[in-house]
Design a protein around this ligand. Structure first.
Ligand SMILES: CC(C)(COP(=O)(O)OP(=O)(O)OC[C@H]1O[C@@H](n2cnc3c(N)ncnc32)[C@H](O)[C@@H]1OP(=O)(O)O)[C@@H](O)C(=O)NCCC(=O)NCCS
Length: 160
């Protein structure tokens, strides 16, 4: 498995992965990825099995300590000098799940944040994923302010 940073040329590829991993009402659209790749392709990692793209992780950098719905919607809020690396998306193609691809992407993202001397990494997730992220060192900080999709979200953070 190879992991590399994304470029704007990966727009169709990441849109396809997202549309495969989420139902239409939840999947971020192509337009959103165009913005994300424009502002923060350096914080967007794609995993490959040979030439086959199998997953990605992305999120921008901010001085804010709280991950908000506004951040998901507005990639221009990216601040390359910010203290905290956010995670907005983690996707593995269905046929490649439960083999550690997601874990390798999380670890690579944490390593990138460490190399860039960030204070840490922040994500939000549904309750059932808390034990999964805890395995990588993320600590649950309780309910997030997000009301995305009317679900309950929790904010988790790893300090580096
Ligand atoms: C969530 C998601 C990214 C996980 O990706 P993944 O590549 O399957 O992740 P991993 O393989 O690292 O871990 C998944 C499970 O497989 C287990 N696993 C990892 N390697 C394994 C292996 N070699 N053999 C058996 N199980 C393994 C992990 O321990 C984990 O188990 P757990 O859920 O009980 O903790 C993927 O299911 C997905 O894309 N879902 C849809 C989008 C989504 O919900 N994203 C997350 C938003 S918070």
């Amino acid at each position: 498995m190879l992991i590399r940073k994304a470029t704007i040329d990966d727009l169709d590829l990441v849109t396809h992965i997202e549309a495969t991993c989420f139902p239409p009402a939840e999947a971020a659209p192509r337009k959103a990825f165009k913005e994300r790749l424009k502002y923060y392709a350096d914080h967007f990692l794609i995993a490959f099995d040979g030439d086959t793209p199998i997953g990605f992780i992305d999120g921008f950098v901010s001085d804010d300590e709280i991950l908000t719905d506004e951040m998901f919607a507005d990639a221009s809020l990216h601040n390359s000098n910010g203290a905290w690396q956010m995670i907005f998306g983690l996707n593995t193609m269905p046929e490649y799940r439960n083999r550690g691809v997601g874990g390798r992407l999380i670890e690579a993202f944490i390593e990138l944040a460490r190399e860039e001397m960030r204070k840490g990494v922040i994500l939000t997730c549904k309750a059932e994923k808390i034990p999964y992220y805890a395995k990588f060192g993320f600590v649950n900080e309780g309910e997030s302010e997000s009301d995305h999709g009317d679900a309950k979200w929790y904010q988790m953070r790893i300090r580096l």
